[in-house]
Write a protein that binds this ligand. Structure first.
Ligand SMILES: Nc1ncnc2c1ncn2[C@@H]1O[C@H](COP(=O)(O)OP(=O)(O)OP(=O)(O)O)[C@@H](O)[C@H]1O
Length: 262
């Protein structure tokens, strides 16, 4: 299997607090990988390092987009990380609440456009054509993600589950090869969570993205993931298939605390 994201010895200090402590991880092409761990384990910090929000104290982050050569992404700003093909969603919904569903996706799509400020000001034929394409592509993405019925709705008026899916649509609009989802099922009802499960598998199978997700819903994690990485206090404490993780004593201890020793 081909590795497309390789994280080596990732370490992040916030003053005296070591939020990540030499964490290794890899994701293969076509995999759905979950990152789990108790609150404060360092999962979001891990995402923030990969996506350029934090510059890690130590370690290496290497991507290998199919058809492109290996690239180190340490030190790249978030917009450049997105351009390289890593897109993410956030723990708390971060949509442009007063814009329509279509506009939210178009904003994501713009990172793949070539017309710059001059094009926007003078609006030559190439710019107009490119804008038309952005609209068409955005419609197509919304259809794939099952949001066509809401195209012209203002984002904040959407049901909660649809807002979370819209975040995924906006991330997909940037044409990623790795999609990072930070607690995508948070706050969803069981029906919405089932739909999310289907959507994530569909994105992997049809859109050929590999997926790394942070998630607390263990039922979803166990059903979706090819592999699971477990963190606790900034360290990776286990990795393996769902069955291996379910029965791993270190994982059980991290989640349940010392009581399991009794
Ligand atoms: N910007 C920051 N400055 C200082 N400390 C931080 C910062 N961001 C995170 N931390 C600390 O780093 C540790 C890991 O936090 P992080 O949010 O990555 O955990 P998490 O596993 O995502 O938790 P949760 O499941 O609750 O979202 C925590 O102790 C947290 O307080």
């Amino acid at each position: 299997m081909r590795t497309i994201l390789e994280i080596k010895s990732l370490t992040m200090d916030f003053g005296g607090l070591r939020a990540l402590d030499h964490v290794d991880m890899d994701i293969n092409e076509g995999e759905i990988v979950a990152l789990i761990g108790p609150n404060g384990a360092g999962k979001t910090t891990f995402f923030n390092c990969i996506t350029g929000i934090y510059a890690p104290t130590e370690g290496d982050m290497i991507i290998s987009r199919p058809g492109k050569k290996k690239t180190r992404i340490n030190g790249l700003k978030p917009n450049l990380v997105t351009e390289k093909g890593l897109a993410r969603t956030f723990q708390n919904i971060r949509l442009f609440a007063n814009m329509t569903v279509l506009e939210n996706v178009m904003i994501g799509r713009h990172c793949r456009c070539s017309s710059g400020i001059l094009g926007a000001v003078f609006r030559n034929r190439a710019t107009v054509k490119e804008e038309q394409k952005v609209v068409e592509d955005s419609y197509m993405i919304l259809e794939k993600i099952g949001l066509s019925e809401y195209v012209n709705e203002v984002a904040m008026n959407l049901p909660y589950g649809a807002q979370r899916r819209l975040e995924i649509a906006r991330a997909m609009a940037t044409e990623p090869f790795v999609l990072l989802l930070d607690e995508p099922a948070a706050g969803m009802n069981p029906q919405e969570t089932r739909e999310l499960d289907d959507l994530i598998v569909r994105l992997r199978d049809d859109e050929k993205v590999s997926i790394l997700l942070i998630e607390h819903d263990m039922k979803l994690v166990m059903s979706l993931s090819d592999r699971i990485f477990v963190m606790d206090y900034g360290k990776k404490i286990a990795q393996g298939t769902p069955d291996e993780i379910k029965n791993n004593p270190a994982v059980i201890k991290a989640y349940l605390g010392e009581e399991t020793d009794a």
